[in-house]
Design a protein around this ligand. Structure first.
Ligand code: GLN
Length: 442
């Protein structure tokens, strides 16, 4: 079914979403041809990259045929085709997909097939996108390297001995390797931005409330957002425009108009003031990273932006605050996995208590258990005030730092990760080292 790799197929799998869209619309390429090219690329690459947990080639080709029919009728009627018609996308395996396994990278949900689509999945489908499959992730999105997947680690396509970042490492690797034209991920404390940086693509964590989380399996609900992974900024604008906006199924999703993000890209940076936070440069940052970031700052200036130093004085508390609050919320969210209604179930248990214990003991991996224990501790009577409540207060101070800085500047520019992509295995046994990967995104 999948055509062998050839020069043209290679070209097609490397297109940006917008370029592919232009070619589809003018009939230069068909959606079936494009999808076949990407599927061929997956066959060729994914035994090494291992970006996907589940592939859905048959339904992808079926959607591509429907897209071609839609494109033909739009051409006939001179009508505007749906925004993502015929564009092959990958979906992180923490987003529910009707009829397609959604494992969250966990044994706990190995056999879980959701009966409904997450709102963002429904929206990209409605816009005509072709869904290629589900991408690998750290278990329940807890991690920074995709090594915490219960199934296998994903490899960085630029250097297979290195991690792609995480937790949306499968989505980032897929887009970087030509195994998808764009992807959806989720970002709680960096899980879209950091893997995008490690794989040399563009990752966007939208503002909390901009995008519906209905059907996103919850990790830390006061931080979780769905985000985009694309080859360039214009593609991020295109994809965000499709997934953003109010949703009756998610009360935290705000009812504000969705601007035309693409229209805003051409204005240049003249008159824009960008803040560069002092606290984001220094200790722990690799010189390779610093060199590239400083060069990017110069480029921004060349493009017309004015740079101004700002201070975010509570930055040093971001990591401890996040690693108290996110596990606290996770410990509560993950209490639902008890083997009763869905997910892994230790059926041979002797009694109910034994049943819960065995289910959670076997269903969860080490990092998830560590977070549940940290979070339960931070929330327990006697420690709640000292840890959870205090962390919430410091979170407010951190937010106020940003609000103060943003009164003076239009946006803040900062590095994404203190290091380049590290070798697989280098931090896997050292949770604290791993957590330090997130120091800028938290
Ligand atoms: N790496 C961070 C963590 O392990 C962030 C993960 C995320 O954003 N989902 O919690």
């Amino acid at each position: 079914m999948v055509e062998p790799e050839d020069g043209r197929a290679m070209d097609l799998s490397g297109l940006t979403l917008l370029e592919a869209r232009r070619r589809l619309r003018c009939g230069d390429v068909s959606a079936v041809e494009l999808t076949q090219a990407v599927l061929a690329r997956i066959v060729e690459q994914d035994n090494r990259v291992r970006a996907y947990l589940t592939l859905t080639p048959e339904t992808a080709l079926e959607q591509a045929r429907e897209a071609d029919a839609c494109l033909a009728s739009c051409r006939r009627d001179n009508a505007e085709p749906p925004a993502l018609i015929g564009l092959p996308l990958a979906i992180k395996d923490v987003l529910c997909t009707a009829g397609i396994a959604t494992t969250c990278g966990s044994r706990m949900l190995e056999d879980f097939i959701p009966p409904y689509d997450a709102t963002v999945v429904a929206r990209v489908r409605q816009a005509g996108a072709v869904v290629l499959g589900k991408t690998n992730t750290d278990e329940f999105a807890m991690g920074s390297s995709t090594e915490n997947s219960a199934y296998f680690p994903t490899h960085n396509p630029w250097d297979l001995s290195r991690v792609p970042g995480g937790s949306s490492g499968g989505s980032a690797a897929a887009v970087a390797a030509g195994e998808a034209l764009g992807a959806l991920g989720s970002d709680t404390g960096g899980s879209v931005r950091q893997p995008a940086a490690f794989c040399g693509i563009v990752g966007l964590k939208p503002t909390y409330g901009r995008v519906s989380r209905y059907g996103l399996v919850a990790f830390a609900s006061s931080f979780d957002q769905v985000g985009t992974l694309t080859r360039d900024v214009a593609d991020a604008a295109l994809l965000l425009g499709v997934i953003a906006g109010a949703d009756a199924h998610d009360a935290t999703c705000v009812d504000l108009p969705v601007p035309d993000y693409l229209a805003g890209l051409e204005g240049g940076l003249q008159g824009v003031c960008l803040g560069v936070p002092d606290e984001f440069f220094g200790r722990g940052m690799e010189t390779e990273v610093e060199t590239v970031v400083r060069r990017a700052l110069q480029d921004l200036e060349t493009l017309g932006a004015r740079l101004e130093r700002v201070s975010l004085p509570h930055t040093e508390y971001a990591l401890p605050v996040y690693y108290l609050l996110a596990p606290a919320e996770a410990s509560s969210n993950l209490a639902r996995y008890d083997g009763v209604k869905y997910g892994y179930a230790a059926r041979e248990a002797r009694d109910l208590w034994d049943y819960y214990k065995r289910t959670r003991e076997r269903g969860f991996g080490a990092e998830v258990k560590r977070r549940i224990m940290l979070g339960t501790y931070a929330l327990s009577a006697g420690y709640y005030d000292a840890y959870y409540l205090k962390a919430q207060k410091v979170r407010t101070l951190i937010r106020e730092d940003f609000e103060r800085a943003l009164q003076r500047v239009d946006a803040i520019v900062a590095p994404t990760s203190p290091t380049v992509a590290f070798p697989i295995g280098a931090r896997a046994d050292d949770p604290l080292q791993m957590y330090l990967s997130d120091v800028y995104t938290l």
